[in-house]
Design a protein around this ligand. Structure first.
Ligand code: SF4
Length: 384
């Protein structure tokens, strides 16, 4: 297990960093309270970047606004099947989620999984991984496995153990690893590690049905994050044939403008990273100050859609029942509950199929339309 992270507490030497967004002593006290609720964890690499980039600081350093919230502890988790097999979840017909480590080397303040990532949840054991592989091999409709986190690269031995199991499963043709470690501890990505990952790309030129591939989903939110050390890692992967796809989170005061988003997506594409998703920031507790309205994201998105489609991601928001794609012509339906603005939406998912896959009832704030689809409500952000 890597020990690259610094778990900061409220000791004196850490306070200057932790209280960066405190303007008064009272603010500093509130931030200490915030940290007790939602811990801070940073890496030496990130701390080095703080002096250079406000956009990076805002993503990792606590803010007094986190103390009050309209968000929920588990905005997306309610929808998934919490399998009896530890670390395995399924929400969709064709793919599963596997979480070998619930922890991360650094904690993003807007993390929608903070109820798990920040809580010292135990990692999967090798025995758990064996059970997952066995269960997934019996899920005929599942063709993809998303190895997510937490941070899968926190324990590379365990990650390779899992990859070795998954690559042997007949029905699995696509393995994706979701990682932000490039941006928080790029020094762990040695040539040897990147080469080893590339060996899981198994293209069968004589029988394409037998091909399997491994790709990495990464998470850049701002042009400031395309640092030489980080791009060096990206190049180690892409030059070895590993596809990189980026998922960006729309964040108030960080990238919620046309200039930042357009620049970010153009830079990513130029550096061989596919622009994949622009996610609306989920209504997780403590993140209200970083959440715009979904409409604001749409206003940015409309501009992006006038550019080459290579730099246009999918724009999505995600009620617990499953993600919803926003198109340039989308018109939102709003309802208000106790002063909170909610977006009412009919999803693409059939309620019966959802219940069958997840083996549970619909999540809170969700129901069934007359024609059998899930409808849900999503807590909107605001642009004040
Ligand atoms: S890297 Fe992802 S899982 Fe980890 S804290 Fe950030 S948002 Fe959460």
């Amino acid at each position: 297990m890597l020990k690259e992270s610094l778990k900061l507490n409220t000791e004196k030497k850490s306070k200057k960093i932790l209280h960066h967004f405190a303007e008064t002593e009272i603010d500093a006290g509130i931030i200490d309270e915030v940290i007790r609720k939602y811990p801070v964890k940073l890496t030496p690499f990130l701390i080095k970047q703080f002096s250079k980039s406000e956009a990076i600081r805002k993503q990792y350093l606590p803010h007094i606004s986190e103390i009050t919230t309209e968000g929920t502890p588990t905005p997306f988790e309610e929808g998934k099947k919490a399998s009896k097999t530890y670390g395995l979840e399924r929400l969709y017909r064709d793919r599963v989620l596997i979480t070998p480590n619930f922890d991360c080397p650094a904690y993003c303040r807007f993390c929608y999984k903070k109820s798990r990532v920040m809580r010292n949840k135990k990692a999967m054991t090798l025995n758990d991984i064996d059970k997952v592989a066995n269960e997934v091999s019996k899920m005929d409709q599942v063709r993809g496995a998303l190895i997510t986190g937490g941070e899968p690269f926190l324990d590379t031995g365990k990650l390779f153990y899992l990859l070795d199991k998954l690559i042997e499963i007949d029905n699995i043709s696509e393995i994706r690893i979701g990682s932000r470690a490039f941006l928080t501890m790029p020094q762990i990505f040695t040539d040897e590690l990147c080469f080893k990952l590339s060996t899981y790309n198994k293209i069968n030129i004589n029988n394409p049905k037998k091909s399997k591939y491994l790709a990495i989903n990464t998470h850049f939110n701002h042009p400031d994050e395309l640092l030489p050390e980080v791009l060096e890692v990206c190049n180690k992967f892409t030059s070895r044939g590993i596809t990189l796809r980026n998922q960006t989170v729309l964040l108030k005061g960080i990238n919620d403008n046309i200039e930042s988003m357009s620049k970010l997506f153009n830079l990513l594409v130029r550096n061989n990273i596919i622009v994949y998703y622009m996610n609306h920031c989920m209504p997780v507790e403590g993140s209200d100050h970083l959440r715009t309205s979904v409409q604001k994201g749409l206003d940015i998105y409309k501009y992006l859609c006038t550019e080459s489609s290579t730099v246009v991601p999918h724009y999505v928001y995600a009620p617990s029942g499953g993600k919803v794609h926003v198109g340039p012509d989308t018109i939102f339906e709003y309802v208000y509950e106790n002063g909170t603005r909610l977006i009412k939406v009919k999803t693409l998912y059939k309620a019966d199929e959802f219940k069958k896959i997840t083996k549970k009832d619909l999540p809170p704030m969700h129901g069934v339309t007359a024609d059998g689809y899930i409808h849900g409500y999503y807590i909107d952000g605001n642009d004040d």
